[in-house]
Design a protein around this ligand. Structure first.
Ligand code: SF4
Length: 445
């Protein structure tokens, strides 16, 4: 069969990523003041991958002998394709629906994949697509699809076996790389980066509002470290890539596995570099040293808020504020860059608590600081308490950078001002500028 993964995005002056935010996506609208607009521009030039699971699907279908394609725009000659696969997201939802309507009017068969469609299948089914619920790579891995079979697929396709991650063929990054090479680097620099996985799944209590466990589940599954190394070597020898971004929701959640992976990478004598995202609770200084020896250059951690009660109210599992500060400083003392992530507009937040969070972020002064806005997502348990308070009827407005519900203490304008203030305070901070100049040459570039 000839299968096209059609990955559509609205055109905006900021980056829209479907891979972020557990696959629901984010529209990186950092701010509307000078600093915010400068960051919007900079991040739009940054790496910009499709959702990892759709690249896995591409690899699986190719390994089964299908002819596969990936495009970000509707091509000519639609008749040459037997199946269209659309990666869903909340941030491109209306654009995806328009595309489905167009394809349906031409009598095409359309599969929709990804966590947003999995949690909200009716939105897509009523337009004539069928939805593969859960991890789409597991469906395509277990099912041998053919022209006859796909004609009978409709509604929600569910309950297929979850195969071990180690059984899956490699994601087909080479296909994407061939057609969209600039997606893989920052500001079109030479250094290319490729996302990969060591684990999937997160059991922590913040899944109350977080989208990651919606598709990946709460059970942690890990890949064999030697297969991870083989994948890295494969991209090094075929695409010349030595730099990797682990897309696990909590990279070091299984310490034993993380240590095994470190040993495997260290013993390989390869000079790979990588970035991880994890929870500070899952990092101790001995582990950070091992990760550094294995090639880690940056760690991203969610700090979320300076206010204990604000986090507790939202079920955010966290460590003490002093421990957070000290741990970050300890990591930085080992010459590892830290990205800290904060959320403004938690349900219990006020202007004062948000300002305290901004001050705390400024005090931490990490090399990258990110502020997003608390968003109750349809599909998460948190959404039930907000159904009647949503301020928009357009899913694409769920950017993760805007207030989209009637907040008890904050208006949309308050949040916009706070967000502008946050980025300005952190990035026009003389201490940050000094730190950036010193660190510049060693930052991922
Ligand atoms: S730690 Fe919380 S926020 Fe992070 S992936 Fe897990 S559930 Fe989501």
């Amino acid at each position: 069969m000839r299968i096209l993964i059609l990955d559509i995005y609205p055109k905006k002056p900021y980056r829209i990523s479907k891979d972020n935010n557990g696959g629901y996506g984010s529209s990186n609208r950092y701010g509307s003041n000078m600093v915010g607009k400068a960051i919007n521009w900079f991040i739009k030039k940054n790496v910009d991958w499709p959702p990892l699971s759709s690249v896995h699907v591409l690899g699986i279908l190719r390994s089964k002998g299908h002819e596969v394609f990936y495009k970000r725009e509707l091509p000519d000659f639609l008749d040459k394709y037997d199946l269209f696969v659309i990666p869903s997201s909340i941030v491109c939802h209306e654009s995806e629906i328009n595309l489905i309507k167009k394809l349906k009017s031409l009598n095409k068969k359309i599969a929709v994949i990804g966590p947003f469609a999995s949690s909200n299948p009716d939105l897509y089914i009523k337009e004539g697509a069928f939805v593969i619920k859960g991890e789409p790579e597991m469906f395509f891995f277990n099912e041998d699809i053919n022209l006859k079979k796909i004609q009978n697929l409709k509604g929600v396709i569910d309950n297929f076996a979850l195969s071990p991650l180690d059984d899956l063929p490699l994601p087909a990054w080479d296909i994407i790389y061939k057609n969209y090479p600039t997606m893989f680097s920052l500001l079109k620099n030479k250094q290319k980066m490729i996302p990969l996985l060591a684990t999937r799944g997160c059991p922590y209590s913040c899944r109350f509002y977080c989208t990651y466990p919606l598709q990946q589940g709460i059970k942690v599954r890990q890949r064999n470290p030697s297969l991870i190394l083989n994948e890295m070597k494969h991209w090094q020898s075929t695409l010349g890539v030595n730099f990797f971004i682990f897309r696990d929701p909590v990279f070091s959640i299984n310490k034993k596995h993380t240590l095994e992976l470190c040993e495997t990478l260290i013993n390989s004598n390869q000079k790979f570099q990588f970035v991880i995202e994890t929870h500070l609770n899952n990092l101790d200084i001995e582990l950070v040293k091992k990760l550094k020896a294995a090639g880690m250059v940056m760690v991203k951690v969610g700090v979320e808020s300076a206010m204990k009660d604000v986090k507790k109210d939202a079920n955010r599992f966290s460590i003490d504020e002093d421990d957070t500060f000290n741990k970050i400083k300890e990591i930085e003392s080992l010459d590892i860059h830290v990205t800290t992530m904060f959320i403004l507009g938690y349900p219990k937040d006020t202007i004062e608590t948000c300002k305290a969070t901004i001050e705390y972020a400024k005090q931490i002064n990490s090399i990258v600081t990110q502020f997003t806005v608390f968003t109750p997502y349809p599909g998460t348990p948190a959404f039930n308490g907000y159904k009647e308070k949503i301020l928009t009827n357009k899913y694409e407005d769920f950017t993760m950078y805007d207030l989209i519900f009637r907040h008890n203490n904050l208006s949309k304008e308050d949040i916009e001002k706070l967000k502008n203030e946050a980025y300005q305070k952190c990035y026009l901070n003389p201490k940050w500028i000094k730190k950036y100049i010193k660190a510049r040459s060693s930052l991922p570039h």
